[in-house]
Design a protein around this ligand. Structure first.
Ligand code: GLA
Length: 720
């Protein structure tokens, strides 16, 4: 071989080795670079803003082991722990191979296979990168590849979806915590040496105290426009755990996945356990871009019916609670039609005959219409809705049972409880059915199937889940009790898959005493979620703001109710109009002016829902910065924008400043017009009716705030 050819061959060999051993998972803005080290193990060389390519990668150091296993040389929290039948539990994973597949335009999947050379364990790390939206989904598949009679059954003890490493210094964690009626409260804490864990052990109503989402800012706190931040969320409708650990060298490790608490499970020869997806974005341009990327990704790839029209609705829960009959519901449907909403939603209290559901103490589980209340059944209600030109929706809570119910009498073995050794503990007077049991899964599916078969005109369901799992014991799982938390969620998914497959047009709201159970896997079955039972518009400004970091407004149900009557109907409606608009009020008891206001606001929401539900969202003024709040939406379709501005409790001489808009075309002109005006009043907005350049609106801004209390303004900004 000539010298030149030999050098070329060597060069090609080197490039081949480089590309085989350096694995790049990239989006338009981010690179995750993994590398097979000299030790044969997989290392994370880099995670950050997108680099140039192979030449840049060559300068990167090997970095820490990517997916750290228990029992080897690392001294901190591992991502994976597997126990062999003889009690040994160290796993050492070496790189085997990897593949890259294009799933659709701009969506690439990278699968890296690792294996232990001693035990028959294979681990596949799967990364799906969404180029345009700068989103990466990470999950792990853990297989017992043992074969033959002597192959061991292992125990999976910890099985994280993802482990990410960051080298930096000044880390800040923003968490979202709360309780019933005070969801998604944001707090930021520094992360210093040691561990901070966000987790939940509630089972069904898993997120009652914290949803599976977080923000980590690097090098100081990121704001809407500047700073580097990781926004992460787990697609798992059960117990989760995020561990943030800073080592002695200042490295931050983020481990995300199912909470290993009481969740060991057998991995038999041939078994593969697939973890849920950890979904993340890394932004170097602040939190606003990050949220808009997540929203766009969610609408395009994750939300059930992510682009279809959402139904505005009237719900009867707060208007009637359990006291209603057919006539009262039909009157409410008249109200719904008069308001101009799309749908009437019948809430709790319509079922049970031996134990009618006249309060939350009985009847749950007996999904037959209460004859006395509803002599014509649901059929009469869907028919009445049809006659009034609106759709009909219904509340269900099919995973739960009141002890005082026929279902409990018939099937005590379907319930999670320990009747022989402990008194039953009731959360909201109810117990959780054992969805790890296929017979119970069939039953839960049959509740929906029966309703949809008998009443095919049902267009919508509100699926509730009010109790966490307590007194944990599954009569079905017997000696495999530690599988219950996980098997329950798999059981739930299998029911939801059957429902979506058989009734694809059915839209469902996910509720759990407010938002005690939301995540992106659940939202692949549900079109939307109930953000909180707290509908006080002031509190809602905070709750909706919190959720806006991860969820697009089309998914966030917001209803106008009677909470906080000091706030006008306009203020309450304007707050709810930033989400998926609904009502839960006695419309006929409002004065004519408020009624007229609502009709107009509903019309406007529907007309502008392509901007609010599908547009890009800009958080212009945080309620946490009070005394004002403002959010703007911009449609990529035609550049139309809608601005919501609120004065909550300014001081009498509050010196308001103009509010700078965002997302406009600087060189285009925009006409500014205040809408949602109280009938009979005129806009006091100085800019009303005038035209401005986008540059002016984004540089100087609009004087939308006032020093009034509980005032609101909705401004439509139309590209000329
Ligand atoms: C939960 C929900 C409410 C309502 C009631 C009905 O608390 O969050 O919106 O549906 O149940 O019992």
């Amino acid at each position: 071989m000539k010298k030149a050819n030999f050098i070329t061959a060597l060069f090609l060999l080197f490039c081949g080795m480089l590309s085989a051993q350096t694995i790049r998972v990239s989006t338009s803005k981010t690179d995750l670079v993994l590398r097979v080290g000299g030790d044969g193990r997989l290392h994370q060389s880099y995670l950050g803003a997108r680099l140039g390519g192979d030449a840049d990668f060559a300068h990167l150091s090997e970095g820490p082991e990517a997916y750290i296993t228990h029992g080897m040389e690392d001294y901190f929290e591992p991502a994976l722990e597997i126990r062999q039948p003889d009690g040994r539990s160290s796993i050492l994973l070496k790189y085997v191979e990897h593949s890259v597949n294009t799933l659709s335009e701009g969506v690439k999947e990278t699968v890296i296979t690792l294996a232990d050379e001693v035990y028959p364990v294979t681990v596949r790390l799967r990364f799906t990168a969404y180029e345009r939206d700068n989103i990466i989904r990470a999950s792990t598949e853990i297989s017992n590849t043992g074969r033959g009679r002597k192959a061991p059954t292992m125990t999976l003890c910890r099985y994280a979806s993802s482990m990410l490493h960051f080298a930096g210094g000044d880390y800040r964690l923003t968490e979202f915590s709360g309780d019933w009626a005070e969801e998604a409260k944001m707090t930021t804490v520094p992360l210093t040496f040691g561990k901070k864990v966000l987790d939940t052990k509630l089972g069904t109503r898993a997120n009652m105290f914290t949803p599976p989402m977080f923000i980590v800012s690097f090098d100081g706190q990121a704001d809407e426009h500047t700073g580097t931040a990781l926004l992460g969320t787990l697609g798992w409708t059960g117990n989760f755990r995020f561990t943030f650990e800073v080592t002695q060298t200042g490295e931050l490790r983020v481990i995300s996945g199912i909470n290993p608490y009481y969740s060991e499970r057998a991995l038999r020869p041939g078994d593969t356990f697939v973890t849920p997806d950890f979904i993340f974005t890394l932004s170097t341009t602040g939190l606003g871009d990050a949220s808009r990327d997540i929203h766009r990704w969610a609408r395009d790839y994750q939300l059930y019916q992510g682009h279809e029209e959402r139904y505005t609705l009237l719900n009867n829960w707060e208007a009637t609670y359990f006291s209603f009959d057919e006539e009262r519901l039909i009157q409410l449907m008249d109200n719904a039609a008069d308001m101009g909403v799309d749908l009437f939603l019948l809430d709790d209290g319509w079922f049970g005959n031996k134990y009618p559901r006249s309060s939350d103490r009985q009847g749950l589980g007996d999904w037959e219409e209460t004859r006395e209340k509803l002599p014509g059944g649901v059929a009469r209600l869907t028919q009445a809705a049809g006659e009034k030109g609106i759709r009909f929706g219904i509340w269900v809570e099919p995973e739960m049972v009141n002890p005082k119910s026929e279902l409990y009498e018939k099937h005590p073995d379907w319930v999670i409880h320990q009747p022989d050794v402990r008194d039953e503990y009731y959360f909201r007077n109810q117990l959780v059915l054992d969805l790890s049991n296929p017979a119970v899964q069939d039953y839960v599916f049959s509740v929906i199937d029966r309703l949809m078969t008998d009443y095919p005109d049902i267009a919508f369901m509100k699926w509730d889940c009010n109790s966490p799992i307590t007194n944990i014991w599954s009569p079905y799982l017997k000696e495999k009790q530690t599988q219950l938390y996980v098997d329950y969620v798999h059981g739930l998914y299998s029911v939801l898959e059957r429902i979506n497959a058989k009734y694809p047009a059915l839209r469902m709201m996910l509720c759990s005493g407010g938002s005690g159970r939301i995540d992106y896997k659940a939202l692949s079955y549900f079109t939307e979620f109930w953000a909180s039972d707290n509908t006080n518009p002031i509190d809602r400004l905070f709750i909706q703001y919190g959720y806006s970091f991860f969820y697009p407004s089309r998914a966030v149900c917001a209803h106008v109710t009677s909470w906080n009557r000091n706030a006008s109907i306009k203020f309450r409606t304007d707050v709810a109009s930033m989400g998926k608009l609904g009502f839960d009020i006695r419309f006929n008891e409002l004065d004519e002016r408020d009624q007229e206001y609502i009709r107009e606001a509903v019309k406007n929401w529907k007309r502008l829902s392509y901007v609010i539900a599908d547009g890009d969202q800009y958080r212009l003024y945080s309620p946490y910065d009070g005394p004002h709040a403002a959010t703007q939406f911009v449609s990529p379709r035609d550049g139309k924008s809608v601005l919501f501005a609120f004065d909550v409790h300014p001081m009498a001489y509050d010196r308001t400043r103009p509010l700078r808009l965002e997302g406009l075309d600087p060189d285009a002109d925009y006409r500014v017009e205040e809408i949602n005006l109280v009938p009979g009043t005129r806009s006091s907005l100085r800019a009303n009716g005038q035209t401005f350049s986008g540059r002016y609106l984004m540089t100087v801004g609009l004087d939308v705030f006032t020093s009034g209390n509980l005032r609101s303004r909705v401004v439509e900004i139309t590209k000329q």
